[in-house]
Design a protein around this ligand. Structure first.
Ligand code: ATP
Ligand code: MG
Length: 210
C-alpha cells in the first residue's frame, strides 16, 4: 500500500491542490492520498486562519466521491503545533508497517524544509516528493544539504501541469469581491459564501445554484 500524505493549511483548498496531487498519485501509482489540514500552522502564526472545522469541511467537499483521496484530522485534533514528523508517525501507526508513506510537498517548501522539526528523520519515515509549482524552483538545492548530505538526491521531484492558483490569491480575490469560480471546486465556493468565510458575501452577479 503506497500512501501519499498531503499536508497544508487548505485555507481554502483549491484546484491547484487537487490537480497536482492527482498527477502525483498517477505518476507514483499511489493507492491513496491523505489530505491533512494543519491545526496550528506554526510557520504561519502571523495570519488569522479560518477555523479548522471549516477547512476540514472544505477539503471533504473538494474530495467528493474520489475514492483515492481521504481526509485526516490528526493535526487538527492534536494539541500544540503541527509537526509533519508526528503526523507521519501517527499515520504509519494507523496504517501498519506495510504502508509506504510518501510526503508530498509543493516546491516552495524545499526552501524551508531545513527549518522543520527533525527534518532528517522525515527521510527515514517517508519518501519525500517535491511537486512543481509555478514561480518556484524544483531543483534548487537551498539548504537541503544542511538536513543530511543525501537529502537532495533522495527527494523525488515531479513536474506536474502548472496551475498557478494559491489560497492567498483566492482569499485576496474574495476580499476584493472578485469571482473565485473555477479556482476552487463549486461545492467549496458555495460553502465559502454560505458560511461567510473570509469576510465576504456572495457577489451580486453570482448565480445561485439549484
Ligand atoms: P497559502 O497561499 O495560504 O500559503 P497555498 O495555496 O500555498 O496557500 P497550502 O495549504 O499552503 O496552499 O499548501 C498545501 C500544499 O499544497 C503545499 O505543499 C503547497 O506547496 C501545495 N500547493 C499549493 N498550491 C499549489 C499549486 N498551485 N501547485 C502545486 N502545489 C501546490
Ligand atoms: Mg502555502
Amino acid at each position: 500500500m503506497k500512501i501519499g500524505v498531503f499536508g497544508g493549511t487548505f485555507d481554502p483548498v483549491h484546484q491547484g491542490h487537487l490537480t497536482a496531487v492527482e498527477e502525483v498519485r498517477a505518476a507514483l501509482a499511489l493507492d491513496q492520498i491523505i489530505f491533512v489540514p494543519a491545526g496550528q500552522p506554526w510557520l504561519k502564526a502571523s495570519r488569522d486562519i479560518a477555523p479548522a472545522e471549516h477547512r476540514l469541511a472544505m477539503v471533504k467537499l473538494a474530495i467528493g466521491a474520489n475514492r483515492h483521496f481521504t481526509l485526516s484530522d490528526v493535526e487538527i485534533t492534536r494539541q500544540g503545533p503541527s509537526y509533519s514528523i508526528d503526523t507521519l508517525e501517527e499515520l504509519q501507526g494507523q496504517h501498519g508497517r506495510h504502508a509506504a508513506l510518501f510526503l508530498l510537498l509543493g516546491a516552495e517548501l524545499l526552501e524551508e524544509l531545513h527549518m522543520w522539526h527533525e527534518p532528517a528523520r522525515l527521510f527515514d519515515l517517508a519518501t519525500v516528493v517535491a511537486i512543481s509549482r509555478p514561480g518556484f524552483e524544483l531543483c534548487g538545492l537551498g539548504d537541503l544539504a544542511a538536513i543530511r548530505p543525501d537529502a537532495s538526491e533522495r527527494i523525488v521531484r515531479l513536474a506536474v501541469t502548472p496551475v498557478g492558483i494559491s489560497s492567498t490569491q483566492v482569499r485576496d480575490r474574495l476580499s476584493r469581491g472578485e469571482s473565485i469560480r473555477y479556482l476552487v471546486p463549486e461545492a467549496v465556493e458555495e460553502y465559502i459564501y454560505e458560511r461567510g468565510l473570509y469576510g465576504v458575501g456572495r457577489p451580486a452577479a453570482r448565480d445561485v445554484h439549484g
